[in-house]
Design a protein around this ligand. Structure first.
Ligand code: BMA
Length: 844
């Protein structure tokens, strides 16, 4: 990205590109379509970047689409053509080129300057530039962008391109627009239009840097590094031009031939600090600057900036990435290796953080990634039904040491390989790979989400009748673009994908797999039926936090099936699956707040069960990526953080399951095993205390076993029979504790357990960040959780899902700017436990 100063014309030297924002004075108007009468013939102030929905909302002309069932009232917006217009003053400049640059247009447009068509676009995932110098006039200039209705366009294109299978309601596979903006099984159907990324007008003379694409590598041996910097100029300069690249005090220069537009500079660095992912070291970054000079008459004392025509700065990192997929005795692994170290992936899938993604700024990315850090996550997968996120996202990931995995933007559908789609895919992929591939955090490009699986196992060939479905993208186009533009990033054709066995892409023995049959059909205990090599999707639904739910749904009565709740549940048979998943473990409550807690708890327990089990399989299984970290609006979904940014209990379950040092108890050959997992660089030694208790806290059997777990390894310990075999499975449990890291094993499921009604005492005090609540258990209490958003909408708590034996206590730190009273925070609908759900069954 061109990083030249964005100040006004006068502030910058005549030869540097002058970049001026064109984000002011815009209005929008409905042109054609099912337009409500109150909008006919009027113009509304428009934000750029922005969308029609958010501007109409700001003008008070539509209700908030995220509330109640308003979504359905606003479908006309996607069937309507819209016009965005602005005017800006221009006075002739002393440069020979002037361009208008659009960072992103959503989606089908015709653009006119002073009445003349300067371009038409049909891809939300590309940026565009138009040379406008001949059309600019001294004084007021009219810029106008006409958007065609995206729903109408996609419908028409689906016939022109010919039918291809897709999920959900609209043929999103016939238009290059964010797929989930047409609705998803967690997504609101908004299908909006708008100028969703910045617009600028840029003028320059002679030449300008079009792109800088560094490829940073580390030497095979030793500490050195190398950056190969590919530079492209926007047009050939006929002047005496030179490029200068500098990193870490090392500079190389290159004189350009007249007419040369592409150049490569190579900088060798004798020593570099590598970029390491979270948990393995520091994410070291370096600043690379590339300057374009006009040398004419100035060979002697050139200094960077003084006679430069353009300058671009990038932050890069040195790391080596390999996707290890060499077949072994058990099948084919999928191991991400960074700097020659296998990384155990504790990942989360990412969807657009807002159905109107222009609203997601750097602070919002940072907040979400902080939550990912809290949850012990080390990899974020940007899912293919969304967008290529903005630079802010990948910058934050680089700095925080997250690994990122970027899907190409194709999801759950067959895609035509014919024109005009093929060229659009090629252009958008080239732009995305060149931009995103320079980020050290980016380790995987992935051809698509579930399309190979769909083709092989969802009956698509019959429906396709021999038509193309996208294989050329996954097996030819995308890998060729990655090899050319980002050879230092791994590539996989799909998720899921079985290397060597593309006919059966979801084979647990080979490569990546998605495990969805459990949420859809079976109990979560069946995660243990699989021995996958890598799980890139699996998930369990739960409602949003109570505050988010009640801020977005105003049903009275509010029930699991009241109209707003159903409008905010998008999954096929979603509520039935929630119920089936619950009643295997808990009775279905007939009280809304109990229902909300039960479903939230069940979601957390399902995923905690899955991840602890997957980790116990390492190194056979080298990671999991939970579906999903975030939400794009308030909705019942698989997310750990809800659509208003609040943590669900699942986020706390992820934190426990992802702990660097984890003790987990797993069933094994009719008995129980303790598995100690040490995901750190230091050996872990201590005494494992294993105790069988009854629910009143009496010790029934105990043993102490010395344990030594090597760095980045795990140790399996059979639990001796006199502990592993209960006298009464409904009222006994095992606790295993190594060094303060503990795990509990209950012989019977929640439903069959004789969990008592919990009895608790508490102490409450203020501290600088909010409050501390210490809870003393007088009975066994399972999964003690504070639903803090019920007492203060901004509140956060540091732990949840805590199990205490009688006599034990836990302190919860609550962060809030609000005032919280002790009797509110300890009220039974706020201070929650699994006991409440079981004990109620006994009473009922
Ligand atoms: C997978 C994802 C998404 C979907 C999720 C839940 O298929 O790739 O398409 O939202 O499952 O159904």
């Amino acid at each position: 990205m061109n990083s030249s100063s964005a100040t006004g014309l006068a502030a910058v030297g005549a030869t540097r590109p002058v970049v001026r924002r064109l984000d002011f004075g815009w209005t929008l108007a409905a042109v054609r379509g099912p337009i409500p009468t109150e909008l006919v013939g009027i113009s509304v102030p428009a934000s750029v970047p922005g969308t029609v929905h958010t501007d109409l909302l700001a003008a008070g002309l539509i209700p908030d689409p995220y509330l109640d069932a308003n979504e359905g009232l606003l479908r006309w917006i996607g069937q309507t053509d819209w016009r965005y217009s602005t005017s800006f003053k221009w006075s002739p400049v002393d440069t020979d080129t002037v361009e208008i640059a659009f960072g992103g247009l959503d989606t089908i447009t015709e653009i006119r300057l002073n009445g003349t068509l300067i371009g038409s676009t049909r891809n939300m995932h590309r940026s565009y530039r138009f040379d406008v110098a001949p059309l600019l006039i001294d004084g007021d200039n009219e810029l106008c962008v006409d958007f065609s209705a995206p729903v109408t366009y996609a419908d028409r294109a689906s016939l022109e391109l010919e039918y291809r299978p897709h999920t959900n309601r609209h043929p999103y596979n016939a238009i290059r627009k964010m797929a989930c903006s047409f609705g998803w099984d967690w997504g609101i159907d908004t299908a909006t239009s708008g100028i969703w990324r910045p617009v600028t007008i840029e003028s320059f003379s002679v030449a300008r840097i079009k792109s800088v694409r560094p490829v940073a590598t580390v030497g095979d041996t030793g500490a050195g590094g190398m950056v190969v910097v590919h530079v492209e100029l926007a047009r050939p300069g006929d002047a005496d031009l030179a490029l200068v690249a500098t990193i870490d005090g090392h500079t190389v220069e290159l004189a350009l031939e007249p007419g040369q537009t592409d150049a490569t500079l190579i900088i060798d660095l004798p020593s570099v600090k590598r970029w390491w992912p979270r948990g393995y070291g520091e994410p070291n970054l370096y600043e690379l600057s590339v300057t374009l000079h006009d040398n004419a008459g100035n060979n002697e004392e050139r200094s960077i900036g003084e006679h430069s025509l353009d300058k671009v700065i990038k932050r890069i990192g040195f790391r080596h990435v390999e996707l290890q997929m060499t077949p072994d005795d058990a099948g084919t692994p999928f191991t991400i290796r960074v700097n020659d170290r296998p990384i155990y992936v504790k990942g989360a899938n990412w969807i657009p953080d807002d159905a109107f993604p222009h609203r997601v700024d750097r602070a919002r990315y940072a907040a979400r990634l902080e939550q990912a850090e809290f949850a012990g996550i080390n990899l974020i997968r940007v899912w293919g039904g969304g967008i290529y996120e903005s630079e802010d996202f990948y910058d934050e990931c680089d700095e925080r040491g997250f690994l990122t995995w970027q899907d190409f933007l194709l999801a759950c559908a067959a895609y035509a390989e014919e024109e005009p789609l093929f060229s659009e895919f090629e252009a958008e992929a080239r732009e995305a790979v060149a931009r995103i591939g320079t980020h050290p955090s980016l380790v995987v490009f992935n051809g698509n989400n579930e399309n190979i699986w769909g083709y092989t196992e969802w009956g698509w060939p019959l429906r396709l009748e021999g038509k193309t479905w996208g294989s050329r993208y996954y097996y030819e186009l995308f890998p060729a673009i990655v090899a050319e533009l980002a050879p230092h990033v791994g590539y996989t054709p799909g998720s899921p994908f079985s290397p060597g066995n593309p006919e059966s892409p979801n084979d647990p023995d080979h490569g990546t797999m998605h495990i969805w049959d459990l949420w859809n059909q079976k109990d979560y205990s069946h995660y243990r039926d699989y021995a996958p090599r890598f799980v890139s999707e699996f998930g369990w639904q739960g409602p949003p936090s109570w505050a988010t739910l009640t801020e977005s749904i105003s049903d009275n009565p509010l029930t699991p099936e009241s109209p707003g709740m159903l409008a905010h549940q998008k999954a096929t048979e979603g509520n039935a699956k929630l119920t089936d998943g619950l009643v295997r473990h808990f009775p279905l409550p007939n009280d809304m707040e109990d229902w909300h807690w039960a479903m939230s708890l069940n979601q957390a327990v399902a995923i905690r069960t899955a991840i602890e089990y997957f980790r116990s399989l390492a190194p056979h299984c080298m990671g999991s990526i939970v579906w999903q970290l975030n939400d794009s609006w308030p909705v019942t979904s698989w997310a750990a953080v809800d659509g208003y940014g609040r943590a669900k209990p699942l986020l706390h379950a992820l934190r426990r399951a992802h702990a660097d040092r984890l003790v987990t108890l797993q069933p094994s050959d009719g008995g129980v095993q303790a598995i100690m997992i040490n995901d750190t660089d230091r050996d872990w030694s201590g005494t494992l205390a294993i105790t069988r208790y009854d629910f009143s806290g009496s010790v029934l059997a105990a043993e102490q076993i010395p344990i030594h777990v090597l760095a980045r390894a795990s140790w399996r310990q059979d639990i001796p029979g006199h502990i592993a075999v209960p006298g009464d499975e409904t009222s006994e449990m095992i606790r295993a504790d190594l060094d303060g890291h503990s795990a509990d094993w209950f012989f019977a499921d929640y439903r069959e357990s004789s969990l008592p009604e919990h009895r608790l005492r508490s102490e409450f005090m203020r501290n600088a960040a909010g409050y501390l609540l210490t809870v003393y258990a007088e009975t066994l209490v399972r999964d003690l959780t504070l639903l803090v958003d019920k007492v203060a909408p901004d509140a956060r708590v540091d732990q949840a899902l805590v199990t205490l034996l009688p006599g034990e206590s836990a302190t919860f730190a609550i962060e809030t700017d609000g005032t919280v009273l002790e009797n509110a925070i300890t009220a039974p609908e706020v201070l929650r436990s699994a006991n409440q759900l079981i004990a109620r069954m006994d009473r009922g």
